[in-house]
Design a protein around this ligand. Structure first.
Ligand SMILES: *Cc1c(COP(=O)(O)O)cnc(C)c1O
Length: 426
């Protein structure tokens, strides 16, 4: 069959875009070449509904081995008893957990979307806010850090069945001990959604959620640097703490309830080709090289925080514990939307983001979110963060000067040539 050049030329164009730009979107990364190549494999042809050793189709003996390898490696990374590697995405992982532990209409408590939370933590436009009764906690105005007193007060008021912690635009670590104390008092389960910092948690550079949170979900493509996908994990399996029953009325093991909620609860056939790529990425995470990478992420984020502070940029909570910063641009007289556009003209990719207590809409916003996982994968170190911040500042202070921006773009493209991306792809 003739090669589809229309699509392949777009894939090539996207590779070139990724190569020449500075990628600061905090949720993005560059998976290894072997991870990417593994995604395009013949396992996509295989139906494998069910789990290794208990499938609804014949011919699953090989994908059983590969899925089991992914599970075993993931368990080893986090030192846990249960892992499900089938969720197609982070959102799917969260949907399955909520289906498993909640009834429609049950109250849930999560971090407000406009304060850094995620759509799947109760937003009114998402299944989590439509099927369940969402309530929110926020961050403190003075410090930008999670308001645990508010979390506790809300929990006592609304008696959530599930407390969700974790975020998409929060630069500080979490106090899981405090959340567990609240959860135990009100009889709630905790889901820690570590989609963003999972790679740092894997290397024990942040607090361990597994000890205190009943269920942990994540994506696999952010700091874990794997293929696009999701995972569900539990540290200690056992009859689940709320005595949840299956549809025959039996109290089931946590693992069983979660497995069933993912399939057949919310998904059909697993993406075995992606699961093979997850196994590869998990293998990479277990290496010393990834430990060095995770530590470099934190060093780079700290260096970027300092460079930004030196140029009088305000970040929420005035710094970071992890891989990202949420910059409040209100003292710079430029909106998040405009900043995103202007930086884009110089091939610096960020996303506009609401800041806590924002007076602008989600379409405009007062802030931008920047993260260093992708540039760290490209090979950048602390000293390169200064160059990035200088370029950003140059753009934002010449926002309407097209010629100036195009000059910065040239500088950026030249700079990026030091950091080859997928050189094997030509
Ligand atoms: C990115 C993210 C998700 C969703 O992941 P998708 O794979 O995009 O569905 C869920 N929760 C949090 C906190 C995230 O940051």
């Amino acid at each position: 069959m003739q090669k589809d050049t229309a699509v392949f030329s777009l894939i090539q164009k996207e590779l070139e875009r990724q190569r020449r730009g500075i990628e600061l979107i905090a949720s993005e990364n560059f998976a290894s070449l072997q991870t990417i190549q593994a995604m395009g494999n013949v396992m996509t042809n295989k139906y494998a509904e069910g789990y290794p050793g208990r499938r609804y189709y014949g011919g699953c003996e090989v994908v059983d081995e590969s899925e089991q390898l992914a599970i075993d490696r993931l368990k080893q990374i986090f030192n846990i008893e249960y892992a499900n590697v089938q969720p197609h995405s982070g959102a799917q992982a969260n949907a399955a957990v909520m289906l498993a532990v909640l009834q429609p209409g049950d109250p849930i408590l999560g971090l407000d979307l406009s304060m850094g939370g995620h759509l799947t933590h109760g937003s009114s436009v998402n299944f989590s806010g439509k099927l369940y009764q969402p309530h929110f906690y926020g961050v403190k105005k003075e410090t930008g850090t999670v308001d645990y007193d508010m979390l506790e007060a809300k929990a006592k008021e609304v008696k959530p069945k599930l407390i969700v912690c974790g975020a998409s635009a929060y630069s500080r670590d979490w106090d899981y001990v405090r959340i567990r104390k609240v959860a135990d008092e009100v009889g709630a389960l905790i889901m820690a959604d570590i989609a963003h910092p999972a790679g740092l948690i894997a290397k024990k550079l942040l607090n361990d959620p597994f000890e205190h949170c009943h269920i942990v979900t994540s994506t696999t493509h952010k700091t874990l640097r794997g293929p696009r996908g999701g995972i569900i994990m539990v540290r200690k399996d056992g009859e689940n703490p709320l005595g949840l029953k299956d549809n025959k009325g039996n109290v089931r093991m946590m693992s069983n309830v979660l497995d069933m909620a993912l399939f057949p609860g919310t998904q059909g056939g697993p993406l075995e080709h992606i699961i093979a790529a997850k196994a590869i990425a998990f293998g990479e995470i277990l290496t010393e090289e990834f430990t060095v990478y995770a530590k470099q992420i934190i060093s780079n984020a700290q260096a970027m925080a300092k460079a930004l502070r030196d140029k009088n940029y305000n970040s929420i909570s005035d710094g970071t514990d992890n891989h990202l910063l949420l910059i409040d641009l209100r003292n710079k007289n430029i909106s998040g939307k405009k900043a995103e556009q202007v930086l884009g003209k110089a091939d610096i990719t960020v996303n506009k983001n609401m800041v806590p207590f924002d007076d602008k809409s989600a379409f405009v916003t007062s802030g931008i979110r920047v993260g260093v996982p992708a540039v760290t994968t490209r090979g950048m170190k602390e000293e390169h963060m200064q160059f990035i911040v200088d370029c950003m500042d140059d753009c934002l202070t010449h926002a309407d000067d097209e010629a100036y921006l195009s000059n910065v773009k040239k500088k950026v493209n030249e700079f990026m040539q030091q950091f080859p991306l997928y050189p094997e792809l030509g």
